[in-house]
Design a protein around this ligand. Structure first.
Ligand SMILES: [Fe+2]
Length: 481
């Protein structure tokens, strides 16, 4: 007589209709289309040529077990191509082995990340048995001829820039062999892509560099002085330093095995900030109060080799009181756009809130100015509408010390800076919760709160998502300082 261990039952379907991030403007889009010459209200500037690419969680089939935003989902990449005053659209799922297997089955097989269920060999064959769903659904990055759908602390998927077809998982010449943040940074001056990655075992944190030729310039290198696994979502980059905020959100496997949460908030530990010299020199540390950071706008050195300055580092980012659903605190988490000046020599930090806009997120600058001083930041905010969706774009003029707001009356996504041949523009996707029609807005960078120059009506609903990138059709001149 033989015995076999019972196969765990497939988890039950998630109640999508009552899940805030699977319904309304977040409801997944299952249709893939190619549509030329979209309807435009207003006029697309004829000096704007390029593609806006955007990624986001978008489960291929109705999820089973659990669904935690923004950890779960499959990736869908949207591309809005603009040129000659016209706009064209294509969207595609990133076809990981999990998506391919589920498409063959016609339903979800993998569960949510947090409930630990994995499919058996009977369901998916020996190669995929016991695996977790791969999630290249956070960001999209173009570097050295690679178009990469980025995951959180994992290897990205490389896409075909011609048709957005999925090519393969890609270690990027080994620089991402152990994984990568979804938010690597490209230095426009050197063409280098700089990344970090966290893992749950020692050394916990590494960094790496890819040259403009796509070859690894620095393989994954441990960050010395890190003694526990921390969740770190984004990074900032200057000409001299990689800037990592080690906020006290700790991976605690012991707590999880005893029924607690894998992620534990430890405000008593404070935040440690690592300034890692890009030339490989010793790391400078700055201690600060506990805070949580999802996203950085940009950072720069005050006094690089070719300019006077005091050697401090300015970092603009969105600072949260704590990481929302990943911590249990009595007050709601709140955020603000903050400028921190770090002194690597003294180990000090001075923080200033920029403007009065509250509960903002998704800060972006002109990406041609990464690692250098930037005059403008745009963020997304909430005005307290019925749905709780983000519905406002904030434009922060850092030189004038002013900020303006534009509320289109729809749910709005991350802004993107789009340089034109003669003028520059901000763009963003939005969806009207009343009729679920989606739009792409083109705003003049010099006067964005005046409203859109062009409103592109999308042929299908573009779900609320995460991060995007502007890919110019041809090289754009550097910005005028
Ligand atoms: Fe992000």
């Amino acid at each position: 007589m033989t015995t076999t261990s019972p196969t765990p039952a497939r988890p039950a379907p998630v109640d999508m209709a009552h899940h805030a991030h699977l319904s309304g403007v977040f409801a997944p889009q299952r249709t893939e289309v190619d549509v030329d010459d979209l309807e435009v209200i207003g006029t697309i500037p004829d000096d704007l040529h390029g593609s806006y690419l955007r990624n986001g969680p978008n489960p291929r089939f109705d999820p089973i077990g659990s669904y935690v935003y923004p950890l779960d989902g499959d990736a869908m990449v949207h591309r809005l191509e603009i040129g000659g005053g016209a706009a064209h659209y294509r969207n595609r799922f990133v076809r990981t082995p999990m998506v391919v297997a589920e498409e063959a089955a016609g339903h979800a097989i993998w569960s949510g990340l947090t409930d630990g269920y994995t499919p058996s060999a009977d369901e998916v064959g020996p190669d995929l048995a016991g695996t977790f769903r791969q999630l290249p659904d956070i960001n999209i990055v173009e570097h050295a001829g690679r178009l990469l759908a980025m995951a959180e602390a994992d290897q990205p998927y490389r896409l075909d820039p011609a048709d957005l077809g999925t090519i393969a998982r890609d270690s990027c010449d080994g620089a991402m062999a152990v994984g990568s943040t979804a938010h690597p940074k490209i230095d426009p001056s050197t063409g280098e892509l700089v990344l970090f990655n966290y893992v749950l075992e020692a050394p916990y944190l590494t960094w790496a560099v890819i040259g403009p030729d796509g070859r690894t310039r620095r393989p994954p290198t441990p960050v010395e002085g890190v003694d526990r696994p921390l969740m770190i979502h984004d990074m900032a980059l200057t000409a001299r330093y990689i800037v990592l905020f080690l906020c006290p959100l700790v991976f605690d496997i012991t707590a999880m095995l005893s029924g607690g949460s894998l992620l534990q908030w430890h405000p008593e530990s404070g935040t440690r900030i690592a300034l890692i010299p890009r030339d490989g020199g010793p790391i400078r540390w700055v201690d600060s109060e506990p805070m949580w950071v999802w996203h950085f706008a940009n950072a720069f050195d005050n006094g690089a080799d070719d300019a006077p300055g005091d050697g401090t580092v300015t970092v603009d980012y969105v600072e949260w009181t704590y990481p929302g659903a990943f911590a249990h605190m009595p007050q709601p988490a709140s955020s603000a756009l903050v400028r921190a000046v770090l002194d690597p020599a003294r180990g000090t930090i001075a923080r200033t809130v920029l403007g009065e806009s509250a509960d903002v997120e998704f800060p972006r600058v002109d990406d041609r100015l990464l690692t250098r001083s930037h005059p403008r930041v745009a963020t997304v905010g909430k005005s307290g509408n019925d749905t709780g969706d983000r519905d406002s774009l904030w434009f922060h003029d850092l030189r004038a010390g002013t900020e303006t707001c534009w509320r289109p009356g729809v749910a709005i996504g991350e802004p993107i800076y789009m340089p034109g041949a003669h003028h520059d523009y901000w763009g963003a996707f939005g969806t009207d919760p009343a009729d679920m029609a989606s739009y792409f807005y083109v705003l003049a960078a010099d006067d964005p709160s005046a409203g859109p120059l062009a409103t592109v009506r999308m042929p299908i609903r573009v779900p609320a998502g995460l991060h995007g990138a502007w890919s110019p059709a041809e090289p754009i001149n550097p910005p005028v300082e």
